[in-house]
Design a protein around this ligand. Structure first.
Ligand code: DGY
Length: 323
């Protein structure tokens, strides 16, 4: 008898066909249905040997309910903060993620958000669409210079390093913060200098957050850290919302304590402070850091490989826990 899987996902045709060849597939295509509420999602998970999910919350209670049958949760994301990995490990459930395939796309978006907020692209777009462009552009939308400025990367994993390569091309001086320093050769290749978080916050004009969300990185940026930043500095968060205390950021932006922010993620996602859209010095995007078509397909492809390998007892390409 075939094992059964639930995909709360779109999947490329060949991926879907391959999964159907090996498993009984229950698919809810996220393009057609949007997100499922917890109860409906949980109903689909019941009786499945494996699930492939798009950042659905898979909590301890759900894992306990399906333990014994459920063998693998293949997350279509590199971050796994939506899953209680500790509880999964306790129940012997394999968790997998999708590293590498999204590195370049997220690095691109990090740079896009930096440039958008620094050069006021979204503000200028709104102005132009509103028919306000009437004459001489000289006085319009003076933004920040990029070349020669200091660029701070917080979280220097694969994506941070890909971003550093881009920043180098823009002629930025790169500081980075990471618990464990990179080796000297990699620092040299990237042209990046290690700094303590406080030092980086004090010196950088542009600060990009790329840390995973863990108990240690929750509220890494609060009023204290925002208070250390330069008044002409910009904060870009493309990691996870709770890394920044949103209320403190809103206060800092309103008070012009810092020059601006670009946010792809929010502390209470998908909700965010009503104050943010009122501010001109803010760019807001709906958690689309890895949303390029090739990358999204690559993520689903890798998640499907993980799902299949775990259920067929083969080596799992990107395991998160040891079971
Ligand atoms: C990730 O991979 O963690 C992204 O946030 C998903 O879009």
């Amino acid at each position: 008898m075939k094992k059964s899987v639930f995909l709360h996902s779109w999947a490329p045709d060949d991926v879907l066909a391959d999964l159907k060849e090996h498993f009984d597939v229950d698919q809810v295509n996220i393009f057609e249905t949007g997100s499922l509420d917890r109860e409906t999602f949980n109903r689909h998970v019941a009786g499945k040997d494996g699930i492939l999910v798009q950042q659905n919350r898979v909590d301890a209670e759900m894992l306990a309910e399906h333990a014994g049958k459920l063998q693998v949760v293949a997350n279509v994301a590199v971050g796994v903060d939506n899953i209680d990995v500790e509880a999964a490990t306790k129940h012997g459930i394999q968790i997998t993620n999708t590293p590498d395939v999204l590195t370049e796309a997220v690095a691109d978006m990090s740079m896009a958000l930096t440039l958008a907020v620094a050069r006021r692209v979204v503000e200028a777009d709104r102005y132009t669409r509103a028919g306000k462009f009437q004459g001489n552009p000289f006085p319009l939308f003076w933004g920040a210079d990029i070349t020669g400025e200091t660029f701070g990367i917080v979280g220097m994993g694969r994506i941070g390093q890909a971003l550093a390569r881009r920043a180098k091309g823009f002629g930025l001086d790169i500081l980075y913060h990471k618990r464990t320093r990179l080796d000297a050769a990699t620092e040299k290749e990237l042209g990046a200098t290690w700094a303590s978080l406080d030092d980086l916050l004090k010196k950088a004009r542009f600060i990009v957050l790329l840390t995973p969300l863990t108990p240690e990185t929750k509220h890494l940026i609060t009023a204290r850290e925002l208070g250390l930043m330069r008044e002409d500095a910009y904060l870009v968060n493309i990691s996870r919302g709770p890394v920044v205390e949103e209320a403190a950021l809103v206060d800092a932006l309103k008070a012009k304590r810092i020059a601006g922010a670009a946010l792809d993620v929010f502390e209470f996602e998908p909700k965010f402070s009503d104050e943010l859209p009122k501010l001109d010095n803010v760019v807001l995007t709906p958690h689309i850091g890895s949303a390029s078509s090739g990358t999204r397909a690559g993520m689903v492809r890798l998640a499907a490989k993980n799902l299949k390998a775990a259920l067929l007892g083969e080596a799992v390409p990107s395991p998160v826990n040891k079971v």
